[in-house]
Design a protein around this ligand. Structure first.
Ligand code: VGL
Ligand code: ZN
Length: 324
């Protein structure tokens, strides 16, 4: 499957030995080519899945043929990527996003956040992830992202910010806080306040114990815990001033690829996935295991993620990328 990459690598190594200066360029090129192969493979898998769903039962022989070709391809592929170590990143499956103060059903998308739960539970039941991380949006009461806290920092709005009188729920304010870079901040309803019911993970979500019999490494990440800076991603705060323990944990466990699921697609899922790629993990968003705030932004953010070489897949395709 990756024969062409191998041949190209040997050729490049040959050239490198005679001229080691180009090592960086070559390494970049190899990464880019490897990404292109991954993308092509993903498109092929998607087309096969689509094709199979279009063939009706009268085409039994053809269906069988395509299935057998597909299966042998996937087996080949998983043998060549035997080294993959996989993490499932479960983002913010908390009451406030489901039926609380920032319930997605009251957002423009009108999504029901609860629908991600059976999909995530099913993923956890059917696949052996090496690592499972749960993130918790976990804000102090005076958090900068709450619209009703605006009065606490109105003196810190920049001169080019939307002025105080015009700022509404969901508007974007611009703050200049002493010692911090300028920040654009969406103003959300008060949500996920530390130790409140709304900040709890939904009780129907399958939460793997830290000492479990299956040898899965489990970590819980709290984010958005500092009053003056928001944090959509489970890796970094929005100003990239502070990092959570997530990357360190994934590196210690030798993780090579991450699957991102949960709430909300266009905010915390997206940001986590982008940072996952920046940290060098092969990164997947499992689309049917996510719900978002606004269809328009969901589309834009997912496009951006794909542009940056992220992979968008369905939960039924996870089996093609991880070993049982
Ligand atoms: C989120 C808005 C504010 C999220 C968190 O989890 O996507 N969105 N805080
Ligand atoms: Zn939040």
């Amino acid at each position: 499957m990756h024969t062409s990459l191998l041949v190209f690598s040997i050729f490049l190594i040959g050239t490198t030995l005679s001229n080691p200066v180009h090592y960086d360029q070559i390494s970049k090129k190899l990464t880019a080519i490897s990404e292109q192969i991954d993308q092509a493979e993903l498109r092929l898998n998607n087309s096969i899945t689509k094709l199979l769903s279009k063939l009706d039962s009268s085409n039994h022989d053809l269906t069988q043929l395509i299935k057998s070709i597909h299966t042998s391809r996937v087996v080949d592929n998983s043998q060549s990527s035997n080294q993959a170590v996989s993490a499932l990143l479960v983002i913010d499956v908390q009451y406030d996003f489901i039926d609380g103060s920032l319930a997605l059903k009251n957002c423009p998308s009108k999504h029901n956040g609860e629908e991600v739960i059976p999909v995530i539970n099913q993923l956890l039941d059917s696949h052996k992830f090496d690592v499972v991380a749960y993130s918790h949006d976990w804000h102090p009461t005076d958090h900068i992202s709450f619209f009703d806290n605006l009065h606490l920092r109105s003196h810190l709005l920049t001169s080019d910010s939307i002025p105080l009188a015009d700022l509404k729920l969901y508007s974007i304010a611009t703050f200049a806080i002493n010692g911090l870079p300028r920040m654009e901040q969406s103003l959300w309803p008060r949500h996920c306040v530390q130790n409140t019911h709304g900040a709890k993970l939904h009780s129907d979500l399958k939460v793997i114990e830290e000492d479990n019999a299956q040898n899965i490494s489990v970590i819980h990440i709290q984010k958005g815990t500092k009053p003056d800076v928001d944090s959509y991603s489970a890796f970094w705060d929005n100003s990239k001033l502070g990092e959570t323990q997530l990357n360190q944990f994934l590196k210690e466990k030798g993780v090579t690829q991450v699957f991102v699921v949960g709430l909300a697609t266009d905010w915390c899922v997206y940001s986590t996935a982008i940072h996952g790629m920046e940290h060098g993990y092969k990164t997947f968003i499992i689309e049917d295991a996510c719900r978002g705030v606004d269809e328009k932004t969901i589309k834009e953010r997912l496009n951006d993620f794909t542009q940056k070489n992220g992979h968008i897949i369905k939960s039924s395709q996870v089996k093609d990328y991880i070993q049982e």
